[in-house]
Design a protein around this ligand. Structure first.
Ligand code: AHZ
Length: 312
């Protein structure tokens, strides 16, 4: 700062006050005690609109052809995205999440309690993410499920090759004929059909609200067990006669449920890998209740299975 009046300190202070009045402070320390002169940098409303919409439409354009679409951003979908983002910066990955808030059921540990339990060896996933926990021997406890989910989410969203489209529902699957010797009507999955979730919820009382699409050679579905939105892709596989029927999620058995979900995470029909609790509906597997290790490790396996298909 040029000390033109011979008093460098006061010139410096004047400049700082001027900066604070124009939104140009370079650090929070510069703001301290100068709130009387404080203003934000100038703006016109259209700049805000354009800053948002230009990026969104560029993303829609860019991700209309994706390498992988993940349906559902619950604990399994986000874990899958994290592994893919880490391993493959060359792939374009779209996540489509029906909810406004991503995270699925992983904001609380169970019955509205805060702590989240993960059985070992899912602590390896937490170590990788950098989420602290209490070690209780065969399992670990994260002090708040939201710490796990927010950390995972922030890591996933920071990958430049991953785009999260939230408040967007997958309404259908794109298919292509892929006949086999035993099934002439077999298809492979070639992408997803999307719509704003609030539109999807009004198909019964508004007519002709046609959807949009994303093409991708591989879809990973992690939409959770059956419910208002859950088990979406596997229910659709039944209605389009690609699998005969669902096994239906069975009662709670922590001991068997978690191993079954992780080890059976796989490509169910060509181009569609299913992970997390959506898989329990296909295989007739038990639920595990409030223990989340299988969701993280099913995500690790889903990423591995997806890359096998992509690199095939
Ligand atoms: O909004 C849903 C949620 O965030 C989203 N989703 C569902 N259908 C969708 C669709 N389009 C887009 N058609 C859709 N998004 O999928 C997400 C599923 O998250 P989740 O937390 O329900 O499933 P998960 O398999 O990742 O985790 C399951 C956690 C459970 S359930 C359970 C039990 O019931 O015993 N135990 C555990 C650990």
């Amino acid at each position: 700062v040029p000390a033109s009046n011979g008093n460098g300190l006061s010139v410096k202070k004047d400049l700082a006050v001027k900066n604070v009045a124009n939104g140009q402070a370079k650090s929070l320390a510069e703001l301290e005690d100068k709130w009387e002169s404080f203003t934000f940098a100038p703006i016109r409303e259209s700049q805000v609109s354009r800053a948002m919409t230009r990026r969104y439409f560029t993303d829609l354009d860019n991700y209309a052809e994706s390498d992988i679409v993940i349906v559902g951003a619950g604990s399994c979908g986000l874990s899958t995205a994290y592994m893919l983002g880490k391993k493959r910066p060359d792939l374009k990955i779209a996540i489509v999440e029906a909810g406004v808030a991503p995270g699925g059921g992983a904001w609380l540990g169970g019955q509205l309690f805060s702590a989240m339990v993960m059985r070992k060896p899912a602590d390896a996933f937490l170590n990788d993410l950098g989420v602290p926990y209490d070690d209780e021997g065969d399992f670990v406890v994260v002090k708040h499920a939201a710490l796990f989910t927010s950390t995972l989410l922030s890591r996933v969203l920071a990958f430049p090759n991953i785009k999260l489209f939230n408040a967007t529902a997958v309404e259908d699957l794109i298919t292509r004929p892929a006949p086999t010797p035993t099934d002439p009507h077999a298809v492979r999955i070639a992408g997803v059909v999307t719509n704003w979730t609030l539109v999807s919820m009004h198909h019964d009382d508004q007519s002709c609200m046609d959807p949009n699409t994303i093409n991708a050679p591989l879809v990973i579905s992690t939409t959770g067990h059956d419910g208002p939105f859950g088990a979406f892709s596997v229910k659709r596989l039944v209605s389009m006669q690609q699998i005969e029927k669902l096994g239906g999620m069975r009662g709670l058995d922590m001991r068997t449920a978690e191993d079954a979900i992780v080890t059976k995470t796989r490509e169910i029909v060509k181009g569609l890998v299913v992970g997390g609790m959506e898989l329990s509906e296909v295989d007739g597997a038990n639920r595990m209740g409030p223990t989340f290790g299988a969701m993280a490790l099913s995500g690790v396996k889903a990423a591995e299975e997806a890359l096998k298909v992509i690199d095939e």
